[in-house]
Design a protein around this ligand. Structure first.
Ligand code: AMP
Ligand code: MN
Ligand code: MN
Length: 316
């Protein structure tokens, strides 16, 4: 029996949580578990609690049933997915605190083990991959497979980041065998962009700046620019990936404004800089090759602070 199966024994109600600004792996793992419980544990009352997510994930079954407000009633079990620390639960931390017991399934190297039981596989491509290992593969239907496949393609950049392993591909193959329309999932949730999303991507690339001899690149989008194009944080996917692909770049940084003097920071590295260490220093976290944090000050301050840490790792 897996840890999840053990913890579900005798459980009447389950709250499923993810992280703030939910991404593909967060939505895929939370809704994947939700659909799996609905199918195989019909007596269990389950609900997913997340912030408002991008409508491009609307094809995932249960997307419309996601609750955006915490309920008063305490649940027997709280399962936290793809979340590395308590702060990332956002306004839903109260659900964890009042729950009878809690389980965290995750793959962030910076995970703080905040739940009662924590299964953190930092070598896994995605939380969906960790979750797959906790489920009975025979009991996964097409709707669950669509969720898990979505999480895997988002956290692997469609099977190309270094976190992709032979096991990732094996799992993806097993999910494909459930009859999912994998091509549409990849196109609709990963590559497709709205007109304004293309515009903000173009703007970010146009305004990008290289430094440290072309080994680093950054771009920043201010609130007034977000207002001008009519975009919000959910429209920024893919910008950091394109910056990362700039020839000669080891570290890519993308910032967008999230408050008066506050920026959400995304970092990616190509081959040797550990960006999770830098993000963790500034109160964030993530993975060795992909990490993030929120920083205050001007764009200049943020880049200045980050570049000191990058310089040390680049041996400058
Ligand atoms: P992002 O750049 O937002 O796509 O995030 C890259 C990775 O870092 C993801 O795995 C996130 O879960 C993680 N991450 C991003 N921001 C934070 C943060 N403020 N605290 C902890 N982890 C973060
Ligand atoms: Mn995530
Ligand atoms: Mn993830």
């Amino acid at each position: 029996m897996t840890i999840l199966e053990q913890m579900l024994e005798g459980t009447g109600s389950v709250a499923i949580l993810g992280h703030i600004r939910p991404d593909g792996d967060c939505l895929g793992s939370t809704l994947g578990l939700y659909n799996y419980l609905r199918l195989n544990y019909p007596a269990v009352r389950a609900a997913v609690y997340l912030e408002e997510a991008s409508g491009k994930f609307g094809y995932l079954r249960g997307f419309e049933e996601i609750r955006h407000q915490a309920d008063e009633e305490a649940v027997d079990l709280c399962v936290c997915l793809d979340c590395g620390d308590l702060g990332r639960l956002g306004g839903f931390a109260c659900i964890l605190e009042s729950a009878g017991k809690s389980l965290c399934l995750d793959h962030h190297v910076t995970n703080t083990r905040f739940a009662d039981t924590n299964l953190v596989e930092d070598g896994a491509s995605s939380t969906c991959e960790v979750l797959y290992g906790q489920l009975d593969s025979q009991k996964i239907d097409r709707t669950v497979a669509e969720c898990l496949y979505t999480g895997i393609i988002h956290d692997t950049g469609v099977f190309k980041y270094s976190c992709t392993s032979a096991r990732t591909m094996e799992i993806a193959g097993k999910l494909m065998a459930k009859g999912i329309d994998f091509g549409s999932i990849i196109d609709n949730s990963f590559y497709k962009k709205t007109y304004i999303q293309n515009q903000i991507l173009g703007r970010a690339l146009l305004e990008s700046v290289t430094f440290f001899d072309g080994r680093c690149i950054f771009s920043a989008i201010r609130q007034n620019e977000m207002d001008f194009y009519g975009v919000d944080s959910k429209d920024m996917d893919g910008i950091i990936d394109q910056l990362r692909l700039t020839e000669g770049v080891e570290v890519a940084i993308f910032l967008y404004q999230s408050g008066a003097q506050e920026f959400k920071v995304s970092m990616r590295s190509q081959s040797h800089v550990d960006v999770s260490r830098i993000a963790a220093f500034f109160g964030g976290g993530g993975h060795v090759r992909a990490a993030g944090c929120t920083m205050s000050g001007s764009i200049h301050d943020v880049i200045n602070n980050l570049s000191q840490h990058i310089a040390r790792q680049l041996d400058l």
